[in-house]
Design a protein around this ligand. Sequence first.
Ligand SMILES: NC(=O)C1=CN([C@@H]2O[C@H](COP(=O)(O)OP(=O)(O)OC[C@H]3O[C@@H](n4cnc5c(N)ncnc54)[C@H](O)[C@@H]3O)[C@@H](O)[C@H]2O)C=CC1
Ligand SMILES: O=C(O)CCC(=O)C(=O)O
Length: 381
Amino acid sequence: MLQSLVRPAAQSVARNTFSRAFASQASTSIPTPAPVEQRTISPKKYGGKYTVTMIPGDGVGPDLAASVKDVFKAANVPVEFEQYDVSGMTSADDKLYKESLDSLRRNKVGIKGTLFTPATKLGHTSFNVTMRKDLDIYASLSLCKNIPGINARMSNVDIAIIRENTEGEYSGLEHQSYPGVVESLKIITRAKTERIARFAFDFAVKNNRKKVTAVHKANIMKLGDGLFLRTCRDVAKEYEHTGIIFNDMIVDNTAMQLVSRPQQFDVMVMPNLYGNIVSNVGAGLIGGPGIIPGCNIGREYAMFEPGCRHVGLDLADQNAANPTAMLLSSVMMLRHLNLDEHANRISSAVYETIQAGTAKTRDIGGNSSTTEFTAAVISKL
Ligand SMILES: NC(=O)C1=CN([C@@H]2O[C@H](COP(=O)(O)OP(=O)(O)OC[C@H]3O[C@@H](n4cnc5c(N)ncnc54)[C@H](O)[C@@H]3O)[C@@H](O)[C@H]2O)C=CC1
Ligand SMILES: O=C(O)CCC(=O)C(=O)O
């Protein structure tokens, strides 16, 4: 019964579109992000145009969203955005947050920046996390790959970081059992581990990847991470016939291995918080949070957002952020909508702009503004 509950979502990742994107990547030698698609998702299309919910987010979010809108307009992309300017800077946006969720439920597909969450006891709970749980968009995918033209600490990095998005350390279940004593629950379930492990293997199969590494701390969290590891091992057995290698690694060693020999990693699968940390290390390896695209996928909904979810309050309203991660996330979204031609045009324009080096934002060693970079991309469409 459990199997049949979790299987359809995992299988639905196994779509031809993965192979399609991989083929286009091979032929152009441009690192095009792999698309993700769910069989059960039927995006809303009216009059030949898709309606997509857009939540720009806080910090650099509005500048990044503007870049996507400008590029889509210039490329005549048949997408209309239903925009919700929700902010996490205030709890007063609870109602707007709920409206944005209703819009996502209608449209099935969304694109977002990061919403700020206050780190105080009285602050509201995270809109980002709540949204992933409410929509059960359980699989987070961050693509950490060198981009030609960007000087990075490490070369030949190409890692797909797959992270469980709805439980683990982000359960939000905390209480003070005695003054000065807090218990914070990390939830691991077999059902949710099975579906994320299958997502990882299906992704590996469809993208011609060779290895899946499960990241854990089962030597200490013997029950929780132990269950995660055992379940990944069980799922790996089902994929033995594919020839994909499975291994596992303790999270602390993983951190060291990532900064010393990241080329050993291919597809990585892990619980929630480890995924956040690993994607941040990955960003540091290849050039920062401004260039890693990502998405969150469930059985019914798909939400696209930069793979390393930074708010960037320090760059807010400065027209200085790098929109690459957001633009490449929008490219993943276009593939998801089967708009491959538009996706290819935009991703080629982004990579060509970076490689030409004529418009580079500050984070990757240039002086260009967000709008100058965007204009350069548009000129290459
Ligand atoms: N603080 C929050 O409310 C939230 C934090 N997080 C998580 O916490 C971690 C840290 O996030 P933050 O504190 O928000 O980091 P942050 O906003 O301080 O960003 C770190 C640095 O990266 C730079 N940066 C971010 N996006 C950029 C872009 N597109 N172009 C150029 N530079 C950029 C920022 O300017 C900053 O110097 C991340 O892993 C994130 O996933 C996630 C959601 C909300
Ligand atoms: O939403 C937040 O404030 C934190 C969420 C987070 O760490 C993440 O999205 O990875």
